[in-house]
Design a protein around this ligand. Sequence first.
Ligand code: RFL
Ligand code: PHB
Length: 385
Amino acid sequence: MRAQVVIVGAGPAGLMLARLLELAGIDAVILERKSADYVLGRIRAGVLEQGTMDLMDRARAGQRMHAEGLIHQGVELSFDGDSQRIDFAALIDRHVMVYGQTEVTRDLMAARQARTIYEAEDVQLHDFDGKPFVTYRQNGLTHRIDCDFIAGCDGYHGVSRASVPAQSLTTFERIYPFGWLGVLVDQPPVAHELIYAHHARGFALCSQRSPTRSRYYVQVPADEKVENWSDARFWDELRIRLNPATAEALQTGASIEKSIAPLRSFVAEPLRFGKLFLAGDAAHIVPPTGAKGLNLAMSDVAALADALIEFFGENSAAGIDGYSAKVLSRIWKAERFSWWMTSLLHTFPETGAFGRRIQRAEFDYLAGSAAAQQSLAENYTGLPL
Ligand code: RFL
Ligand code: PHB
């Protein structure tokens, strides 16, 4: 088999890239290790930046998002019970949309015309410095696809970044000593907007998926086990960390999903190795506090799609040559913002009394400064692509 581009991974990055290439008449094949149902079963991000919404429209997959997504004009931050709303609309005339990653994935899968090869085992990348090809196994048979380029959109644990010789790659990493325990529940959200809360016992987040489905998180130690958390224990802990009026209004119920995600900051450099490109979580990880992971994956593949379209359409390598430097400059800004939001809102075992006073001062500065709020709003709603 032959394709112009082989995309490894059918997460949001791989599916969006495939769709943008398909609309430009470029023949791309996706190889995905899991089944389509498995990919759709992952509960992850929930907030879309304007640039991601625009990209869904460009992919002609935005119809349901516009009908069902919830536009949010701001978020609430709370610190030891004191609240501050950050009004995106008034500060910078922008907004975000609450629409789950699962729905984005479903819409992109539905829009795609060409075939995605699911349950492709043992994907291997070959000769990406010369004449690239990819092999995989399915039903006991090994298949080979020759191609012009390979796009590694296979997430943090994928094969693409792991195929690059160690001496060609520099990585930067910060592992946080905590994770997020998340619960999905079929109850109306406690508030119209998201609430990010700092409490002496740790961070909490009130998010949502729809007017009848909510997503809540609490910070837990990195080695915590989900089995230790009954629904009752989760709701009790969440209530403690919210301010009293919010805790009172919280509507609880049986969880329909409960899991712990570790928090990590990670960047690989560069993001091009001959005919291989990395994009999305394969290239970088942010802690979820800034709601940037999915959005960064989308902005990477928007740039990569444009570079490949320029290469095939105009026979110009300028776009692919510039890809790595271009996206890394935006990636590092999102890394900074996610690290900053995480630092402000979580409790750190090593921080001590001095560190908590600094966090409090940061919150008070934010509450009293339109400039500081504007900076948060600008980053949260998404820096220009
Ligand atoms: P994905 O979504 O991980 O998709 C990668 C795909 O590649 C497949 N794959 C392979 N396929 C073939 N061969 C191999 N060897 C392969 N290895 C892997 C995988 O099965 C998968 O289908 O990466 P992508 O497309 O770059 O998208 C990135 C986003 O998914 C990610 O940034 C966000 O979901 C991050 N994230 C969150 N972001 C937020 O903004 N808010 C959140 O609340 C939030 N929660 C999360 C998250 C990420 C999590 N991970 C990665 C464990 C919660 C979790 C648990
Ligand atoms: C979510 O709804 O899952 C969510 C929202 C905002 C975040 C992280 C996760 O910052």
